[in-house]
Ligand binder design. Structure first.
Ligand SMILES: [Zn+2]
Length: 242
């Protein structure tokens, strides 16, 4: 099996729900598992997007920086980019494109990456404002304090994943996508967009390589309340218009 067939993930979305925001993997380590990806950093202090082997962090004040290898993440995905399908698409909204992908491909039960390079007629992102230091709030509390950014005619790259419904909690079921502009001045976790013109690339994965923070005793001991996990993930991390 080729490495491009594997989606690497560190941590689970569920561990973010009660506020386990400690960085338990370095970005340097994450980048050994792919050249594209998404995630967050310690303290949920921004939104991470990995493009062409470089990680860009958007903070809640809107500033974008390239993250160093020593920066740590509580949750992140990475994969090696090798599209399995691609096509050009113009003038389509996020909702319509995401629906169209699942209509044209029988991918609802597999993990796949979505990458769009092009110009977005409009794009709306959010960036959570974790303060970066413990004690951490819960994901729901943290998501209340977020910045919303909007841009028009913005060239850039969308990167993210579709996860099957069964894996809600491991990931955010459905689509979870981030954005970084070509000039690295605008980005975040995508809430909505209208694509003006872009190349849509999909990449099917055969395997999920799930790496857990097994060396972190806080994670090992934690008593999760999984009854609340689904609802909170849908509210805070879903790619809907929340
Ligand atoms: Zn996100």
């Amino acid at each position: 099996m080729d490495k491009e067939d594997t989606l690497y993930q560190h941590g689970t979305l569920a561990l973010l729900v009660p506020g386990l925001f400690k960085g338990t993997l370095t970005v340097g380590e994450l980048l050994k598992h792919g050249d594209y990806g998404i995630g967050s950093v310690e303290g949920l202090d921004g939104e991470l997007t990995v493009v062409d082997g470089k990680g860009y962090l958007v903070k809640s004040d809107g500033k974008v920086t390239e993250v160093g290898p020593e920066e740590t993440v509580p949750f992140a995905n990475a994969h090696y980019d090798r599209e399995t399908d691609k096509y050009q698409r113009t003038n389509i909204t996020k909702n319509d494109l995401e629906t169209e992908i699942l209509k044209n491909h029988d991918y609802q039960n597999i993990f796949f990456a979505v990458k769009i390079t092009g110009t977005f007629k409009s794009i709306k992102t959010r960036v959570v404002n974790g303060n970066g230091k413990p004690p951490y709030k819960t994901l729901a509390q943290t998501a209340l304090d977020q910045s919303i950014f909007e841009a028009e005619n913005m060239p850039g790259t969308l990167v993210g994943y579709y996860s099957p419904e069964l894996f809600q909690g491991v990931a955010s079921a459905g689509y979870h996508v981030h954005f970084i502009s070509d000039d690295h001045t605008f980005g975040g976790h995508i809430l909505d967009y209208e694509l003006a013109d872009g190349k849509v690339s999909l990449q099917r994965f055969e395997s999920l390589d799930l790496h857990l923070p097994a060396h972190d005793s806080t994670y090992r001991k934690f008593e999760f309340d999984y009854d609340e996990t689904d609802e909170i993930i849908k509210g805070a991390e879903g790619s809907g218009n929340n």
